[in-house]
Design a protein around this ligand. Structure first.
Ligand code: NAG
Ligand code: NAG
Length: 528
């Protein structure tokens, strides 16, 4: 019987996300500039009206864009949703840093969509000032993006740059593909886009074309273009084979062009894009992080200073080429606390300044650390071990402590097997963390109990700090936790109620020392 859920991929993903959000919050309070979004917008517009127009200035473009976004409120929201086929809404809070970052990108996207004559109405709502309207729209946190199609909302699943917002909204509002009709249009398109999927068809009809359109609509982030002349296709994609239909993906990368060789079926096309859309080595940023975490590939992360990484780039690209479509290689600037810390914490290496190479298998939740130098050979072996599933998983562990004369043994990740699982005694294990609320009370109780049972040969008291120690068999996510490991059945620890009095705990322990396990398990169930 499992006491707690396994740390699944979702769990790790969530933990990382949470840690990043927390770092965000901490940083934002530290550097609070009272930069209220309202003020920023108001300021932008004022400047716009007073200063002489400089058409190319960024502020100018932004402030113009701001006005294309409708400010939603109690009076106009329902009307806007009911009266438009497509409404794309940003729910924000003025104090929220991530809202503040998204806002200008949203405005820029609104401006581009306006130029593209998109049918979408872009609106934003201050969910703090209008909580009821926001909640009716289904906005629960900040920032939230929702697309309403004929009044029914769907969550946003695209990227977070303005370009990616434009691509996603266009896809979901009836324009999944840009058609290129001339050489000039092709050259114009290339000025604006460095990554896209291109399709060449004799005619824009038929089953192959149908699957291409379906894939373009279902995909969330890649701009699709189509053409029916090979001259234009060759401007967009080097060496298009004159066979039609043709499909290829273009990136701003050493591996710039990849052509599709399989049958035209929506799912196969999507798989191909999924396998090829990331660069050989992805540089993790705030903007692409969600996309990177959402990838279901095996992932190798390199943490290094930017200079140092330049030296490693080539060997990593070489490895990435070898494991292409199976392993994703990601570079994180170790100096970027927001991005690097949450990962390094998972390895207990948050203070490290040295280059680190780690890996994750999101399907099993396992994490790995390259213990040797990141030489090309070691990197390749690490990747190949990851792919074969033969790398030893990494578990955090403190240094092995000296337990001489201790009433309560201190267990760490590396001694968990010896001291708990393989020990020939019954073990009462206190699982604690430095920050947990009731750990102190439980610690005192355990000390009392250890004194009480002192001299009893078959019972050992132990404790483990779960914030810095891990073991695959220690599946606890609630602290403090008291686990009784019966000597006869070490793989099925019994969870003891931490809110009981010391006396009740002593009675329970006595009972478990005497009684068969399955009986005990049954008893505690009610108390969990
Ligand atoms: C929205 O509703 C209109 C009117 O009923 C309809 O013509 C249109 O196809 C609908 N749009 C979508 C995307 O379903
Ligand atoms: C160990 O505990 C589990 C769960 O309570 C039980 O199903 C199993 O029979 C026990 N095994 C032994 C050897 O007692």
């Amino acid at each position: 019987m499992m006491l707690t859920p396994k740390p699944t991929s979702k769990f790790i993903y969530f933990t990382i996300f949470l840690l990043i959000s927390l770092t965000f919050m901490i940083n934002s309070t530290a550097s609070e500039d009272s930069d209220d979004i309202e003020d920023l917008i108001a300021l932008d517009e004022e400047q716009d009206e007073q200063s002489s127009p400089k058409p190319s200035s960024e502020a100018e473009v932004l402030s113009k864009a701001q006005r294309i976004v409708l400010e939603l409120n109690n009076d106009n929201t329902q009307k806007a949703i009911d009266g438009n086929e497509y409404v794309f809404v940003l729910g924000y809070a003025p104090w929220d840093v991530r809202s503040a970052e998204l806002m200008p990108r949203f405005a820029e996207a609104a401006s581009s969509l306006n130029e593209l004559k998109s049918p979408v109405l872009m609106g934003k709502i201050d969910a703090e000032r209008h909580p009821k309207v926001a909640s009716n729209l289904g906005i629960k946190g900040f920032p939230t993006l929702l697309l309403f199609v004929n009044g029914t909302s769907q969550p946003y699943t695209g990227g977070f740059s303005s370009e990616e917002i434009v691509i996603w909204v266009s896809k979901k509002t009836g324009t999944p593909i840009i058609r290129i009709n001339s050489v000039d249009e092709a050259n114009d398109f290339l000025k604006k886009h460095s990554m896209f999927a291109v399709g060449l068809f004799d005619k824009f009809e038929g089953p192959d074309y149908g699957e291409f359109v379906k894939a373009a609509t279902a995909d969330n982030e890649i701009q699709f273009v189509e053409t029916c002349t090979s001259q234009i296709a060759n401007i967009l994609f080097q060496d298009v084979k004159s066979i039609s239909p043709f499909l290829g993906i273009v990136k701003s990368e050493p591996e710039r062009y990849t052509s599709y060789e399989d049958a035209f079926e929506k799912d196969k096309i999507l798989q191909f894009l999924n396998d090829n859309k990331f660069p050989l080595v992805t540089f993790l940023t705030e903007v692409n992080s969600v996309k990177v975490y959402a990838s279901d590939k095996l992932q190798v992360y390199v943490f290094a200073e930017a200079d140092e990484f330049q030296k490693l780039l080539e060997p990593f690209q070489k490895a990435a080429r070898k494991f292409k479509s199976k392993i994703m290689f990601v570079f994180v600037d170790i100096k970027d606390d927001n991005l690097a810390k949450p990962f390094l914490t998972l390895f207990g290496l948050e203070d490290s300044e040295d280059t680190l190479v780690t890996a994750f298998d999101y399907k099993t939740g396992a994490k790995y650390l390259l213990e040797s130098d990141p030489t090309p050979k070691n990197i390749e072996e690490f990747g190949s071990g990851l792919l074969k599933g033969i790398l030893p998983p990494f578990y955090k562990s403190q240094a092995i402590p000296d337990n001489k004369g201790a009433d309560i043994l201190t267990v760490v990740g590396n001694t968990f097997d010896d001291l708990v699982l393989s020990s020939s005694k019954n073990i009462l294990l206190e699982v604690h963390t430095p920050w947990c609320l009731n750990c102190e009370t439980t610690r005192k109780q355990v000390e009392k109990l250890a004194k009480h049972f002192k001299g009893l040969e078959n019972l050992v008291f132990a404790k483990i700090d779960a914030s810095v120690n891990e073991h695959p068999k220690l599946e606890v996510d609630d602290y403090p936790t008291l686990l009784f490991y019966p000597v006869s059945n070490k793989s099925n620890p019994i969870k003891l109620p931490t809110k009981s009095s010391s006396k009740d705990l002593a009675i329970l322990i006595n009972k478990y020392l005497k009684e068969p396990v399955h009986d005990a398990q049954h008893d505690t169930k009610d108390e969990l």
